[in-house]
Design a protein around this ligand. Structure first.
Ligand code: NAP
Length: 361
């Protein structure tokens, strides 16, 4: 029982899977493997989509929670290639953020519009790509939550635990001042049936996946109100041109919509993210005069990231067989969706499924 619980803490159930597979996997996964964060895509290199970039996010500042790995990392990589003027990565670990930044700074030397094979970069944990001699010196003392590190003009690192963002909300709001696009991709999963799930684990899933997204969204709205007041008092000449709206993009999960066994808290937290997205789309329009914050959500099925890296070959092949497109999605495909939502000025409360058709089964 104890072993099952510990293993499950590191395991992921981001999308629906049959109960037999879920429970079987929990028993079979060796602890050492459950601790690894490596994920190398099995997707053939030549099958990657050629991603065209066209500077669509030129001049925008983005904050990406969960930017040190998987989906958040792929979005950061793509946003830099789309000309974002600044990307702020948020994560709990300085080392993981620094590893991600090292790799991103290498790849972002690509000019916008130039294609790159993002598969090796976006589908495995960035620390795997870290070369000897990171450009970041680890801090001598532990960083206080909300510490902002300006790693380059275009890339900043914000070290902080979003599950505890209430305790560093001032720092968060300050860092949010210039932000136009907020991506809430930080997330954890905890695979276990409910009676075997500890209350503290339930709480941690909610605090990370839902409360974290609520608090970062709150910070963006508060920062926007502040800058609106400043802009007004600066008495700039009025213009009819509407500035580009700000935008929140949340990352939910197919489990929010489709039932699965062994992920009740995760599913509930991700359903909450859909509610957060919907309510915010209306509330900000009513409460923020003259400032528009669009609120959208991506609903992925299985995406090749460290979160699902512990599946056995047998589980993986069964799962792929259940998906109409017979494969998992790639982080860069989720990043495509994020660019669309960030850039399309009419996307508000857009709920974008990316699951290879699994939601239809
Ligand atoms: N992969 C899938 O199949 C799938 C499917 C549906 C939905 N999703 C969702 O997609 C999002 C991204 O997941 P992923 O697959 O990319 O997983 P991942 O590779 O494990 O990345 C998770 C990211 O979240 C960060 N994070 C976790 N807890 C945090 C906290 N308390 N504060 C700040 N950052 C935190 C991690 O950074 P640190 O550990 O360095 O803090 C990491 O960067 C999650 O919300 C997940 O639920 C994934």
């Amino acid at each position: 029982m104890h072993q099952l619980r510990v293993l499950c803490l590191r395991r992921a159930t981001p999308a629906t899977r049959p109960s037999s597979v879920l429970l079987l996997s929990a028993h079979r996964t060796p602890p050492a493997k459950a601790q690894t964060r490596t994920f190398v895509s099995t997707f053939p290199k030549n099958a990657q989509s050629a991603t065209c970039t066209s500077n669509r996010l030129s001049g925008r500042t983005c904050m990406i929670t969960g930017g040190s790995s998987g989906i958040g990392y792929a979005i950061a990589e793509r946003f830099l290639r789309e000309g974002a003027s600044r990307v702020i990565l948020v994560g709990r670990s300085f080392d993981r953020l620094a590893a991600a930044a090292d790799t991103l700074l290498e790849t972002s030397t690509l000019t916008a519009g130039e294609d790159s094979s993002t598969d090796d970069v976006a589908t495995r944990a960035p620390e795997e790509d870290r070369q000897l001699g990171s450009r970041y010196t680890p801090p001598a003392e532990p960083l206080s939550p909300g510490s902002l590190i300006e790693s380059s003009e275009r890339l900043h690192l914000l070290v902080g635990d979003v599950s505890d963002a209430g305790s560093w909300d001032r720092e968060l709001e300050k860092a949010m001042q210039p932000v136009d696009i907020l991506i809430n991709a930080a997330g954890i999963s905890n695979s276990n049936i409910l009676p075997r799930t500890e209350p503290s684990d339930i709480s941690q899933v909610f605090r990370t996946n839902l409360e974290g997204a609520l608090l970062t969204s709150r910070a963006l709205v508060r920062a926007s109100i502040r800058s609106r007041v400043k802009t007004r008092s600066a008495a700039t000449p009025s213009t009819d041109a509407r500035p580009p709206s700000k935008c929140i993009i949340n990352v939910s999960s197919l489990l929010a919509l489709k039932a699965g066994t062994g992920a009740v808290p995760y599913a509930a937290s991700k359903a909450g993210v859909l509610g957060l997205t919907r309510s915010l789309a209306v509330e900000t329009a009513e409460s923020l005069k003259g400032v528009f914050i669009r609120s959208n959500v991506i609903v992925p099925g299985y995406i090749e990231t460290p979160m699902i890296a512990d599946f056995t070959d047998n589980q993986t092949s069964k799962l792929k067989d259940s998906i109409p497109l017979r494969r998992f999605g790639r982080p860069d495909e989720v990043a495509d969706a994020a660019v669309f939502l960030a850039q399309n000025e009419y996307a508000n409360n857009c709920v974008l499924n990316l699951d290879g058709g699994l939601s239809a089964v």
